[in-house]
Design a protein around this ligand. Structure first.
Ligand code: CAA
Length: 262
């Protein structure tokens, strides 16, 4: 599919997805949400992609949902827009390949919400993050009220959601909202380096670890652990565990099976 609002570039086993509406600070309109859903479907099916970096063009990561588009909406339309955004972010969260958010600037409202749907967040030291929706008289609509407390705890999440003021990158790091903070000119390389390290590991194990953590987050310890045991067995059934262990003893790199249909 050809995209208008996003670009996808390959670098080895990594796909760099850039949200590209710099004139609107990469605000997420419906069209961009639909493009993201299609992009995730394409990436899912491509066995030559092992990890994804998500970033924004220009000075912003994503400045939120598109306020111009929101301004035209009635109640039912806004409800559909919320569901569309949630669907797009779930496509990122449920993608079998890890997604690293490279937060290059403002990540506000829907911008922080999309970053939180990613597996790992690396921020530029200049980034600013927050949930300013209440300053516009609305609530977050792309699951910010749900993912933020899971990442930073209820107290900090409620402060960010209720005050509505953005925080800087060092504060986000101290909250555990981002994994690392790097200088702006090192950001994309740092994200690509992490993506490359992930993509060199067993592809099935990577997908299964992501699924275990995500499914476990919504289940109790007992159910999550039972799922993990099934998945652990699967690693041996598909041969990746035998290959990885053999490579360890033979002091060589593992030859992973990348094609699902091999
Ligand atoms: N939607 C649409 N357009 C946006 C936008 C947004 N979220 N954010 C910025 N823009 C546009 C501006 O209107 C402006 O357009 P023009 O050049 O045509 O005037 C352009 O991007 C540049 O923005 P600014 O001139 O405002 O840039 P700045 O550097 O002075 O300020 C900013 C940057 C602090 C991020 C400011 O743009 C801002 O506060 N943006 C809105 C942030 C926000 O409230 N996000 C939450 C949106 S609601 C949401 O996301 C709901 C949800 O969860 C579903």
């Amino acid at each position: 599919m050809t995209f208008k609002n996003i670009t996808i570039e390959r670098d080895g086993l990594t796909a760099v997805v850039t949200i590209n509406r710099p004139d609107a600070l990469n605000a997420l309109n419906g069209e961009t949400m639909r493009e993201l859903i299609h992009a995730m479907m394409e990436i899912e099916e491509d066995d030559d992609i092992g990890a994804v970096v998500l970033t924004g063009a220009g000075k912003a990561f994503v400045a939120g949902a598109d306020i111009a588009e929101l301004s035209e909406m009635g109640g039912m339309e806004a409800r559909e827009a919320s569901k569309l955004g949630q669907k797009a972010f779930a496509a990122i969260e449920n993608l079998s390949k890890p997604v690293i958010a490279a937060i290059n600037g403002y990540a506000l409202g829907g911008g922080l919400e999309i970053a939180m749907a990613c597996d790992v967040r690396i921020a530029s030291s200049k980034a600013k993050m927050g949930q300013p929706e209440v300053t516009l008289g609305l609530t977050p609509g792309f699951a910010g009220t749900q993912r933020l407390p899971r990442l930073v705890g209820f107290g900090r999440a409620k402060e960010l959601l209720l005050v509505g003021k953005p925080i800087d990158a060092p504060t986000a790091l101290s909250y555990g909202l981002v994994n690392r903070v790097v200088e702006p000119d090192e950001l994309v390389d740092a994200a690509k380096e992490m993506a490359g390290a992930i993509a060199s590991n067993g592809p099935a194990a990577i997908a299964l670890v992501k699924a275990c953590v995500n499914k476990g987050a919504g289940a109790g310890l007992e159910t999550g652990s039972a799922y993990e045991a099934e998945v652990f067995g699967l690693c041996f059934g598909i041969g990746d565990a035998h290959e990885g262990i053999a490579a360890f003893f033979e002091k060589r790199d593992p030859a992973w099976k990348r094609k699902k249909k091999d």
